[in-house]
Each structure stands twice: as C-alpha cells, then as structure tokens.
Design a protein around this ligand. Sequence first.
Ligand SMILES: *[C@@H]1O[C@H](CO)[C@@H](O)[C@H](O)[C@H]1NC(C)=O
Ligand SMILES: *[C@@H]1O[C@H](CO)[C@@H](O)[C@H](O)[C@H]1NC(C)=O
Ligand SMILES: *[C@@H]1O[C@H](CO)[C@@H](O)[C@H](O)[C@H]1NC(C)=O
Ligand SMILES: *[C@@H]1O[C@H](CO)[C@@H](O)[C@H](O)[C@H]1NC(C)=O
Ligand SMILES: *[C@@H]1O[C@H](CO)[C@@H](O)[C@H](O)[C@H]1NC(C)=O
Ligand SMILES: *[C@@H]1O[C@H](CO)[C@@H](O)[C@H](O)[C@H]1NC(C)=O
Length: 493
Amino acid sequence: MIPGVISTGLLSALTQLAESWGTGEKSRPYFRKRLWGSWSMLRAMVTDRATWKAHVMLDKETGLDPPGIKLRAAQGFDATDFFVTGYWLWSKIIENLASIGYDPTSAHTASYDWRLAYQNLELRDRYFSRLKNYIETAAKLSDKKVVLVAHSMGSQLAHYFFKWVEAEGYGDGGSRWVEDNIEAFINISGCMLGAVKGVPAVLSGEMKDTAQLNRFAVYGLEKFFSREDRAEIMRAMPGISSMLPKGGNAVWGNLTWAPDDSPSQNTSNGAFIKFTKGNYTEAHANLSMSESLDYLLENSDSWFHNMIRQSYSHGVALSGAEVEANQKIPQKWVNPLESRLPFAPSLKIYCFYGIGKPTERSYYFHENNDPLSRLNVSIDTTVSGEGSDRGVVTAEGDGTVSLLSAGYMCVKGWRLKRFNPAGVKIKTYEMPHQPEMFDIRGGPNTGDHVDILGRQKLNELILRVAAGDGDSISDNIESDIVAISERVKIYDD
Ligand SMILES: *[C@@H]1O[C@H](CO)[C@@H](O)[C@H](O)[C@H]1NC(C)=O
Ligand SMILES: *[C@@H]1O[C@H](CO)[C@@H](O)[C@H](O)[C@H]1NC(C)=O
Ligand SMILES: *[C@@H]1O[C@H](CO)[C@@H](O)[C@H](O)[C@H]1NC(C)=O
Ligand SMILES: *[C@@H]1O[C@H](CO)[C@@H](O)[C@H](O)[C@H]1NC(C)=O
Ligand SMILES: *[C@@H]1O[C@H](CO)[C@@H](O)[C@H](O)[C@H]1NC(C)=O
Ligand SMILES: *[C@@H]1O[C@H](CO)[C@@H](O)[C@H](O)[C@H]1NC(C)=O
C-alpha cells in the first residue's frame, strides 16, 4: 500500500509525516514527536512557530535535510491508519484485508517522506530500493505476484517506481520486472495529471476551502502562518510540486476553450488564471495552464525554479520515439504523458475514483502592490457568480482531483500505444459522491478524495482484486469522461 498526500491543503499527509530524529539542541524537545498531522504539530505551531517551520521545510538548495534537522516518515500500519485519533484513513481497508487472510507478514505499507522530490527519496532514504526488495521478497515467499494499492500522490509515485525499477543504472530490474512481480495495480483517487489546487498553494500560499483531510493541518497553517510563510513552506517541500498539473494546454485547454468546459459555460476554464485589475489600471493577461506554470517559475526564487526543473516535467511526448528516449530521463517518469507503462502484458490496472463533488479548476487572481508582501499575486476573492465562488471556479471531480486528471489516462491516454505498448488492461470504476447528511465523513457512499477510502464499494472492489478475482469487475463510467477525453488534443503518432 502506497499512501498519498492530500493534494488539497497539500499538507495533510496520509502518511503521518515526520517524526523528528534530530538530536541537536533545537530538535531535542521534538525527538520522535510527529511534527505533521498530530497534536504535537499544533502544539509546536503555537509554542514555537519558527522552530516548527524550520523542521518541516527542506533545505532550499539541496532539497534534503537542513543542517542538524531530521524528519522522517512514520512507518508501519500505525502511520497510515489514522491521521489523528478517530480520523480513520486506511484502517478500514486494512481491517477488510485482514478478513480475507492478509496480515502483517503479507501486507505492508510503504510510507514515504512526501516532502522530497522523487529522486531524493532514493538518494536519501533508498525508498525505491527498499520497495523493490520488499516486493521481490513477498513475491518469492508466497510464490504469487504482488498487488499494489496506491492513493492520491501514491499513484504518481507508483508510476515513477515502475520506471525506476526497470531502468539500467537505477533499479536495474530489466524490462520484465513488473511483469514478473506485480499482479495488479489499484489506483485510488489517482492524480496522475496533477491537482490544480497545487498551483495557488505554491504560487500565492492560498489553500482556502481545501479542508478535506487537511482541515487539521490547513487550520494550523492558516491560523498561525502568513500567506508568505505558507508559500515558502509549500515550495520548500518539492514533493508537493510533483502534483502540479501535467499535459499543458493539450489537456487543460487554451485561453478560450478547454476539453472539459460545459456547453453552458460562458468563461472557459482553459484560461486557468484569469486576472482582474486589482489596484492597477490594467489587468495582467490571462494565463493558460502552461503559461501559469511559467509564470509561477518566473515569479519565484531560483532555488525553487531549479528544483522543479531538475525534478519534473509537465509536457506531452508526441511520438513513440520520444517516449522511448524518456526511458532514461528520471524527470519524465512522474508524467504518464511523457513516459510509458511497463511492458507487462499481464499487469492489470484498476482506476477507482470519486466524481460529483465540485473541484477547483481555475482561478481569478489579481496582482498586489502591497510592499510588505513578496508574493505579487493572490486570489481575487471579490469575484463571485458566473461559476466563480470567491475567485475559485469549480468543475467535476472528487473535491480535490479534477475529473480530467483522474480519468483521462484510464479511459484514453493508455489506449494510445506509445504510453502503453504492451496493452496493459485498464479498468475504470467511478463512484458518484452521495454523502450522508449527518456523517462528517460522508458515510458509505461518499466519493470524496479521502473519505472514499472508507466507502463500502471501494473496499469491496479492493478485496476482489486482492483475492485474485479482479477479472469479475467491469467498468463503471457515469461521468462525461469519455467525451471529454476525446476532446483532449493528444493523438496517436
Ligand atoms: C483554443 O482551442 C480551440 C479548440 O481547438 C480553438 O477553436 C480556438 O481557436 C483556440 N483559441 C486560441 C485562443 O488559441
Ligand atoms: C481574462 O478572462 C476574463 C474572464 O473570461 C475576461 O473577462 C477578461 O477580459 C480576460 N482578460 C484579458 C486581458 O483578456
Ligand atoms: C514583485 O513585483 C515587484 C514590482 O513589480 C518586482 O520588483 C518583484 O521582482 C516582484 N517579485 C517577484 C517575486 O516576482
Ligand atoms: C489595494 O489598495 C488597498 C489600499 O491601499 C489595499 O488595502 C489593498 O490590499 C490593495 N489591493 C490589492 C489587490 O493589492
Ligand atoms: C452565461 O451567460 C448568460 C447570459 O449572460 C447567463 O444567462 C448564464 O447564466 C451564464 N451562464 C453561467 C453558467 O454563468
Ligand atoms: C490512477 O488513476 C487515476 C484516476 O483515478 C488516473 O488519472 C491515473 O492516471 C492512474 N494512474 C496510474 C499510474 O494508474
């Protein structure tokens, strides 16, 4: 099981990040305390904000531990069961798996420090080497291939792992490794093409109305930190930026049109950042998705700029030759539109995600002339109406991940030969959001990005795959994702 970070407030991690292992003077009060997603976090935020911030941010230049500070992902089932006491995450799934015979010798959670850029997960923690060993051992001992279950950011990480594990000079597993070791890949609320909420989080430190799981962490950040602090913290966690949207304008649209615009919509979501005048006489030009990412990098310090450029890539590979060339380029591995699935004809991929919950899709921003602020932009919360609620325009999704990001690869992208040369079978099961009014977690039929982990249907589907009966699952598509995907401007080469 590969947990995710909730991309909404971005901060709250399913992995309860971060026990402090530093023994220096500053770290002593926090030794083995959870500095992310716990009461210790809130306590530290209240009593010693600067120290807390210094602990959770990575070194800006190296993207690794700052001198004298050491935070690590908490490990084991306990780390992923509950976020705070009583707020279940994976506990229901683990309990259900136990009921069909899984136990700690046959099930494993692979927690990771989601703040790190993916390459640094290997460099610092040998994360991918360990995952590879674990899977090989499990497969050998049971004489059965392994089922991987990933949630949210975990699904991007799994895709990256597939690339890494086969590549020469990295995992060195060779082109048959996935075929030989992985039975199925279950991908819950995956955000392979990113989450648009990531953009305002790093651009302007704004994470409003993103209280999903993160209610807790976002609460602390909003309450005790300035917008500038929040943007700085988000940027100094390069793992978070792995969730910036991928596929550029081909997926997210141009200034007047987007594949997922609805016919009744007057203002296209393709204009991802729509500028209003603010205090200026003229508004900045509107920005499409590709332009927005360029704008973000132009308006941020070089350490952030460099880290993003060194770690990730957000485009589309137009030909099979380009995809093959990218097999050797780690920056491309996180993007399924620039790298391909493993050549594993018997691998099965299951995409399970929620729909029917308004999800941030585009924004109204204005430029600021506040001399105290180093961030020159913020969401223009005065714009409401015409689809916008206080500067935020929503569209179809699971509350965190847009339908476009959740569904495109599953129903269309992986039907293109260059991204899936072995014809790996993909099944897509959508679950509409039908929350129960009096249950804060939405009850048995929620489609929410996080709460879906407790949904009855999702648990049943996971059990079917884990019990070797995944073939009995058929597609369930209730949204417009097929028509939307046809409009995405990516074609066979
Ligand atoms: C945006 O894309 C649509 C659909 O392809 C096209 O009709 C329109 O001219 C494009 N607009 C701009 C500003 O490029
Ligand atoms: C930006 O988009 C908004 C909303 O569609 C529009 O009213 C405005 O004119 C656009 N700005 C520019 C400079 O085109
Ligand atoms: C913000 O705007 C000011 C004035 O236009 C400019 O000098 C400064 O470089 C901008 N800051 C960033 C981070 O882009
Ligand atoms: C516009 O100016 C007012 C008064 O100086 C200030 O309070 C406000 O924050 C400014 N708005 C923006 C978007 O910069
Ligand atoms: C689009 O504009 C028309 C005419 O101004 C208006 O009646 C309609 O409500 C608008 N649609 C949306 C989704 O705002
Ligand atoms: C996981 O599923 C999501 C849909 O929920 C999809 O967008 C993504 O591409 C899938 N990723 C992988 C690696 O299967």
